[in-house]
Design a protein around this ligand. Structure first.
Ligand SMILES: Nc1nc2c(ncn2[C@@H]2O[C@H](COP(=O)(O)OP(=O)(O)OP(=O)(O)O)[C@@H](O)[C@H]2O)c(=O)[nH]1
Ligand SMILES: [Mg+2]
Length: 333
């Protein structure tokens, strides 16, 4: 296929494969400390994996960010924004919760979506606690997410409480409790930060006893390049409509940290068809330029230094159904 932007480079490792560490964020203060300085672990320290699951658009990524106190996971008003799990490590003085934001649960129609749903199964399998997120404005129980519930401790979080009267949620709570024996039900607004602390308290109660798995200043084990690719994808979700965002994959091809100069990041945007490539680039390259500018601003804020961002678009026919392509992009169905 005639693809002038094809770049023979494969995503390579670079010095920026380091995991994202931010000592300021991801650490909450707690009042009741029983810290044992000698062992580095307080008596009764708790640690475990917590999967945030639910239908697309219910606010899982918004909640992850609210719990972490920083933006780790991308958020848009379009469903199926999250494609693979995002791991956030929230350390307090007496607990460490490893939070897994997951793709919204759907009935898969193509290979990429199958990989997304496999990610949900893996995350619920890894989890010690499940946080079932549902939209408080709905009046029926989400049966699709219910299928992922087993015997693990489970917290029901009814999100978007800012859009309904609290009393109006009560019938929904009853319906959910009839469907599953949740340990707790918490109405919240992840967007407004309302009741988010109650979620942390509820999770902590159910975490297994044990020492922290990660150093407390670590906020994720995923590399910076993952988050940078996600930021670019978020801008594509925000700027384009219909099938273009869903047909797009972003890969960081090269990342050079340069002395006395801004970092040079070279990213490829993969689409499925020439027509999508045309839309992404836009007249005179203006559409892509806009994506690049907005992405660069967020990337600079995220990594805390200046960036020169190069974007190019290439076409890989039907990549969302190709096992070879999916695997090369890190998806397994
Ligand atoms: N009003 C209101 N909107 C919210 C709240 N939480 C999230 N949203 C909005 O809901 C939309 C989806 O939020 P996300 O956090 O991306 O939802 P998600 O569950 O991660 O979605 P997927 O990744 O597609 O599964 C965004 O427009 C958010 O701003 C809330 O508490 N109140
Ligand atoms: Mg999400």
């Amino acid at each position: 296929m005639n693809d002038p932007d094809f770049s023979p480079e494969q995503p390579t490792s670079s010095s920026t494969d380091s995991t994202f560490v931010d000592a300021k964020a991801g650490k909450r203060e707690t009042e009741d400390l029983s810290f044992d300085a000698e062992n580095g672990v307080g008596d009764g320290h708790r640690c475990g994996y917590v999967a945030l699951i639910g239908r697309p658009n219910v606010g899982k990524s918004t909640l992850l960010n609210a719990l972490m106190g920083m933006k780790l996971s991308i958020v848009t008003n379009k469903p199926q924004t999250t494609r693979r799990r995002v791991l956030g490590i929230l350390s307090t003085d007496d607990s460490q919760m490893i939070l897994l934001d997951t793709p919204g649960i759907i009935k898969p129609r193509y290979g990429l979506q199958e990989a997304m749903m496999k990610d949900v199964s893996t995350s619920t399998g890894d989890a010690d606690i499940l946080v079932f997120l549902a939209d408080a404005t709905r009046d029926s129980v989400d049966d699709m997410t219910m299928k992922y519930m087993g015997g693990k401790p489970a917290i029901l979080v009814l999100n978007k409480i800012d859009k309904v009267k609290q009393d109006d949620v009560l019938p929904l709570v009853t319906r959910y409790m009839d469907a599953h024996p949740f340990d707790e039900v918490i109405p919240i607004s992840a967007l407004k930060g309302k009741n988010v602390d109650a979620v942390i308290t509820a999770i902590r109660k159910k975490l297994p006893l044990g020492p922290p798995f990660y150093p407390s200043e670590m906020v994720s084990e995923q590399p910076e390049r993952f988050f940078v690719a996600e930021i670019i994808r978020e801008k594509i979700f925000k700027h384009f409509q219909q099938e273009v965002p869903y047909s797009t994959q972003v890969n960081i091809v090269d990342w050079q940290e340069r002395e006395d100069q801004k970092d040079l990041i070279n990213a490829e945007i993969v689409v499925e068809r020439d027509s999508q490539k045309g839309i992404l680039i836009g007249k005179g390259g203006l559409a892509l330029k806009k994506v690049g500018t907005h992405a660069r601003e967020d990337i600079e804020e995220f990594i805390g230094r200046g960036v020169f961002l190069q974007l190019h678009v290439k076409v890989r026919n039907d990549w969302r159904n190709s096992d070879v392509q999916l695997r090369s992009f890190g998806f397994n169905r």
